[in-house]
Design a protein. Structure first.
Length: 143
C-alpha cells in the first residue's frame, strides 16, 4: 500500500482496502452527505463463470493519476474524496475498488462519486485479468 495513507486521496493495496480509515478521513463537520461506491468481484462476465480476478498496476503512474482524479473532483464538486484499488489476485465477493465522497449536500456527493469511478476506470493504469472456470483467462480493458 502507498505510504502515508492518512494524507493520500488515492491508494493501491495488495491486501484488504482501508475502508474504515478512509471513511473516518471523510468525516468533516461541514458535510451532511456521504456516498460510497464499492466494486466487488462478481462470479460471471457475459455468461462466463469467473473463478477469480487478477489486478496489475503501473503503480507509480496509477498513484499520480488517482490522486489527480480525486483532487480534481474535490475542486469541481466542492467535496472530500478518498479512493482505493486492490492489486493481486482477488476471489469472488472480494472488494476490488472503493470510492468515498463527503459533501455538504447529497447531489454533489453522488455526482463526484460517479465522476471519480468513471475516470479511474478510464485513466488509471490498472489492468484486470479474469480467470474463468471454463475457458482461458482474458485481460479486460474498461477505459
Amino acid at each position: 500500500m502507498q505510504s502515508s495513507t492518512s494524507a493520500a486521496r488515492f491508494v493501491i493495496c495488495a491486501a484488504q482496502l482501508p475502508v474504515a480509515l478512509m471513511t473516518q478521513q471523510l468525516n468533516h463537520k461541514d458535510c451532511g452527505a456521504f456516498v460510497c461506491f464499492e466494486g466487488w468481484v462478481r462470479n460471471q462476465f457475459q455468461g462466463n463463470p469467473v473463478a477469480q480476478l487478477e489486478y496489475s498496476a503501473f503503480e507509480a503512474l496509477a498513484l499520480i493519476e488517482g490522486e489527480r482524479i480525486c483532487r480534481e473532483a474535490e475542486h469541481a464538486y466542492g467535496v472530500h474524496v478518498r479512493a482505493a484499488h486492490r492489486t493481486g489476485t482477488l476471489q469472488v465477493g472480494e472488494l476490488a475498488v472503493w470510492i468515498g465522497v463527503s459533501a455538504g449536500h447529497r447531489d454533489a456527493a453522488f455526482g463526484a462519486c460517479r465522476a471519480v469511478i468513471d475516470e479511474i476506470k478510464a485513466s488509471v493504469p490498472i489492468w484486470k485479468r479474469e480467470h474463468y472456470l471454463e475457458k482461458p483467462p482474458q485481460w479486460r480493458h474498461e477505459g
